[in-house]
Design a protein around this ligand. Structure first.
Ligand SMILES: *[C@@H]1O[C@H](CO)[C@@H](O)[C@H](O)[C@H]1NC(C)=O
Ligand SMILES: [Zn+2]
Length: 443
């Protein structure tokens, strides 16, 4: 009786143990370190800009790694790279995971890269564990998440989601005055025209069943609260506005106060109005920043003639954010009228925020729990390719802690153990979403 019970316990234990993966965080760091070496600045700083020689080397590095793990490689017209691990149901939509390897000037070695290198390692870990996917599993290297070269963030994922027009892309030039298409053609991507390129990049209906991205938090909460895994429930999206005020200027001594129309003071009032409207939303998730405030001519003895403000307003609730945007624009008009200055305003972009899909949120949470890891449901305040992927597939994200929440700087850092945790959670999440089978274990 006792031995039968022991046998049942042993069987159960073996079956449970089979549904897990072994990930060596130090090995992932070693691969990330080799990738970091492909940089325009000396490490630890990493600078890797779209379609430059180091970006092309990074692409080859990632493709070699995908091949090593038996993935079939496909590249689209924008240079998004897919590594596919075929499933038993080859006609099903894939479980897609990935992130970016481009890095803004003087950035670090984990932002984005973890979601590509970590995803390949997650596939390798599933392969080692003998898992057989049902839905295919694909690892994706996104083209140009960072806006460095063309002033457009997430260009690959926008195009995949059909959220980028040829007109919008053609209006962007790099610092040498060249178009995306020209540069893409030179490095072996592209098409005959921008619209052909975008049409070829757009994902087809049914191609992707789930999208999940592993990323460092880029915020301090997980580390501060001593938690292992962030289960992302929504991604905030920014609206960017530019407002300019124009007055008549004048001499700081000669121009009497009642006769002035000071553009600088109109701008100052607007910056305060941004804060007031944001706080009036009543939610901590609404944030607004006047990050640029330039006045001209900019002399101590001159009444400001021009003021230009760039304003960033973010929220996870689209309509609530848009109400703040509308209130800020109304304030600009009211301030201009009252202060008798002319004004112009422009909405530079206003991407909608996205919510994670409950299937992925629960798969991530269950995977973390199976590994004995602590979790926190949280909002991503930075935005990612996932924001656009949410338009074409159920989306979710997995965060791991990073030191002091630092990112986009050379001392960006995540511990090997946290990396191993994130990769393991990604592996088990993909296994759940793929719906494949684990090996039978023998005693
Ligand atoms: C890459 O590694 C080599 C060999 O260690 C080193 O000389 C070079 O400076 C590194 N490159 C960067 C960008 O850090
Ligand atoms: Zn990133």
């Amino acid at each position: 009786m006792t031995s039968l019970l022991a046998l049942c316990v042993a069987l159960f234990a073996v079956a449970v143990r089979a549904q897990t993966v072994q990930v060596d965080g130090n090995k992932v760091v070693e691969v990330l370190t080799r990738l970091a070496n492909l940089s325009d600045h000396e490490n630890p700083a990493v600078t890797r800009i779209l379609f430059t020689p180091n970006d092309m080397l990074a692409r080859n590095f990632v493709k070699d790694l995908m091949r090593e793990h038996h993935m079939t490689i496909r590249e689209d017209a924008m240079g998004n790279i897919f590594g596919r691990w075929e499933g038993s149901d080859a006609s099903a939509g894939s479980v897609l995971t990935g992130s970016h390897c481009d890095a803004i000037p003087l950035a670090g070695m984990y932002d984005g890269t973890l979601g590509v290198i970590g995803a390949i390692e997650a596939v390798a870990a599933l392969q080692r564990a003998g898992f057989k996917p049902s839905r295919p599993i694909e690892v994706l290297f996104f083209t140009s998440e960072e806006p460095t070269r063309f002033g457009l963030s997430c260009s690959g994922s926008r195009a995949m989601a059909g959220a980028l027009t040829a007109e919008a892309l053609e209006s962007k030039l790099d610092s040498q005055g060249r178009h995306f298409l020209q540069v893409a053609n030179e490095v072996g991507y592209g098409a005959a025209s921008t619209s052909d390129m975008l049409a070829a990049t757009r994902l087809k209906e049914g191609q992707v069943d789930y999208f999940v991205e592993l990323h460092i938090e880029q915020g301090p909460l997980l580390e501060r609260e001593g938690l292992d895994i962030g289960v992302v429930t929504a991604i905030a999206a920014p609206a960017a506005l530019e407002v300019t005020f124009h007055g008549d200027g004048g001499h700081a001594g000669g121009q009497l106060m009642p006769d002035r129309n000071d553009a600088g003071l109109a701008g100052a009032e607007l910056a305060l109005a941004v804060e007031r409207h944001v706080l009036a939303s009543g939610s901590v998730d609404t944030v607004g920043t006047t990050g640029t405030f330039e006045i001209a001519p900019g002399a101590i003895n001159s009444v400001p003639r021009d003021a230009r403000l760039a304003i960033d307003i973010r929220d996870i609730d689209g309509p609530r954010r848009d109400r703040v945007v509308a209130a800020v624009l109304a304030s600009a008009k009211e301030i201009a009228e009252r202060r008798k200055v002319r004004y112009t305003s422009r909405v530079i972009n206003q991407d909608p925020p996205a919510s994670s899909h409950e299937d992925i949120v629960s798969a991530v949470a269950a995977s973390a729990e199976a590994l004995g890891l602590s979790t926190k449901r949280m909002v991503s305040r930075a935005y990612h390719d996932s924001l656009f992927m949410a338009r074409v597939a159920p989306m979710g994200m997995i965060f791991i802690p990073c030191k002091n929440g630092w990112s986009h700087r050379p001392d960006e850092f995540s511990k090997p153990q946290d990396i191993a945790n994130g990769v393991s959670v990604l592996a088990l999440t993909m296994a759940r979403l793929s719906g494949g089978s684990w090996p039978r274990t023998e005693l």
